[in-house]
Design a protein around this ligand. Structure first.
Ligand SMILES: [Zn+2]
Length: 432
């Protein structure tokens, strides 16, 4: 299948401030060219993109798809700790089918906001993997560890058997990482176990880190070290790639530690604000040369999976919270949601830029909107003005997942119906 995206305003994310009006050719799963179409390219399908903007599809580098079930539930609690005390008992009783239905919901929402790649952390990973394959997107799925070493080993054992088939999925849209939840839910033996598995399998270690001031204070009291320094002492930062969600309360010594290891910080500004956790000093991270990606966190602490909104919030906070007096630029924020996210997951040779030879993860934004007119600066427009609902068409690995806002890979009606029925059932089981 060959597709020609004709005469689009293209933001390839290959160079700061660079945009051009040209064609994009898709041949099967890959981008054949970005430039004027050769007469020898005979497309099966032509998209007139004269009123569309083409850019790399977005990467949501930290989320919990299935938490969409708990959207707008117990929102009035003052701290992360009190909120988790309400959420954990519900999560304990979610079934494999609940997770499948909830994952489908999160995938529909992701597609509708231009996201083709997610880093997920949750339980019953095979249900999430099944939904990812159905939905046609790609994911780094965390084998989530929670509790002591024995519990963690049982989780890994259960996961390994179930995930073996997905690991060899021919389209390779799924990879797995090891995801100890946080230092306040996992002891040191669990982190060391996760580290050793990540090293053995060449996988990421994905964890929450320094999300709240309380987490840092408790760490100093219990371990006589800040959270990152504690993980360093355990040897958990060596010889692996790290995906560190939040990092709201890192001290300067911890930034120096991060410069020496292969880590990405995932900025989740909506979740951090909503849970009163604080604001991460992102400009400081970037000035230290650290890779910073963008995430929504779960839809029960955000309360959506809308990465366009996340870019907007990150941009606004990055203008007003500037500990180093440098403000985030629109291009930097777009980079966090595309190239930096791809790099974080080890996928930057496949996705995150629009160039010949890259896999065709492309989103097309409809520019024919009042809030995008006139289009003086497309980079500013994408982070300050654009809405997720402006995403008209979405490709993942060359497959069209949404066309003119219609999701093609899943039935939106069925997914919404099933999610509502599932949540009603979860609540009745909780009461029962
Ligand atoms: Zn999270």
């Amino acid at each position: 299948m060959k597709t020609l995206i004709s005469n689009a305003l293209v933001i390839p994310m290959t160079k700061e401030g660079y945009s051009l009006r040209t064609d994009i050719g898709i041949d099967g799963t890959h981008i054949a060219f970005v430039g004027k179409a050769e007469p020898s390219f005979h497309p099966d399908h032509i998209i007139d993109a004269s009123s569309l903007l083409a850019m790399p599809a977005l990467v949501n580098a930290h989320t919990h798809l299935s938490m969409g079930l708990m959207r707008n539930y117990k929102d009035d609690l003052p701290t992360l700790q009190e909120w988790l005390a309400e959420i954990f008992p519900i999560e304990d009783q979610l079934t494999e089918r609940d997770i499948l239905l909830a994952s489908r919901l999160g995938i529909v929402e992701s597609i509708q906001s231009g996201v083709t790649t997610i880093a997920d952390m949750y339980f019953n990973q095979h249900s999430t993997a099944q939904a990812i394959i159905e939905g046609g997107i790609r994911a780094s799925i965390g084998i989530t560890l929670f509790g002591d070493l024995q519990q963690s080993k049982e989780r890994v054992k259960k996961s390994e058997a179930l995930l073996r088939s997905f690991r060899s999925h021919p389209e390779s849209r799924i990879q797995f990482d090891y995801a100890p939840h946080a230092i306040y839910t996992c002891p040191k033996e669990t982190y060391q176990y996760a580290h050793d598995l990540a090293k053995e399998h060449g996988a990421l270690l994905h964890t929450h880190l320094s999300e709240t001031r309380k987490e840092v204070e408790d760490s100093v009291q219990e371990f006589n070290a800040t959270p990152l320094a504690y993980l360093k002492e355990l040897g958990c930062l060596d010889d692996i790639r790290l995906l560190l969600a939040h990092c709201v309360h890192l001290c300067d010594e911890e930034l120096e530690i991060l410069k020496e290891v292969d880590a990405t910080i995932v900025h989740n500004p909506s979740s951090n604000a909503k849970l009163s956790s604080g604001l991460a000093p992102v400009s400081k991270f970037l000035e230290h040369g650290l890779n910073v990606a963008l995430g929504t966190d779960g839809a029960s602490s955000n309360n959506n999976l809308n990465l366009f909104e996340e870019m907007h919030v990150a941009s606004l906070i990055g203008r007003v919270y500037t500990p180093t007096n440098t403000k985030l630029s629109p291009y930097q924020v777009l980079g966090m949601a595309t190239t930096n996210g791809a790099k974080a997951l080890g996928l930057d040779h496949r996705i995150g830029r629009l160039e010949a030879g890259m896999e065709a993860d492309i989103l097309l934004v409809d520019l024919h909107k009042s809030h995008l007119t006139p289009l003086n600066d497309p980079f500013s427009a994408l982070v300050y003005s654009a809405q997720a609902s402006d995403v008209d068409t979405l490709f993942c690995q060359g497959r069209m997942l949404m066309q003119h806002r219609k999701v093609l890979s899943l039935s939106v009606e069925d997914v919404l119906h099933d999610a509502n029925a599932c949540w009603t059932d979860v609540l009745s089981r909780k009461r029962g």
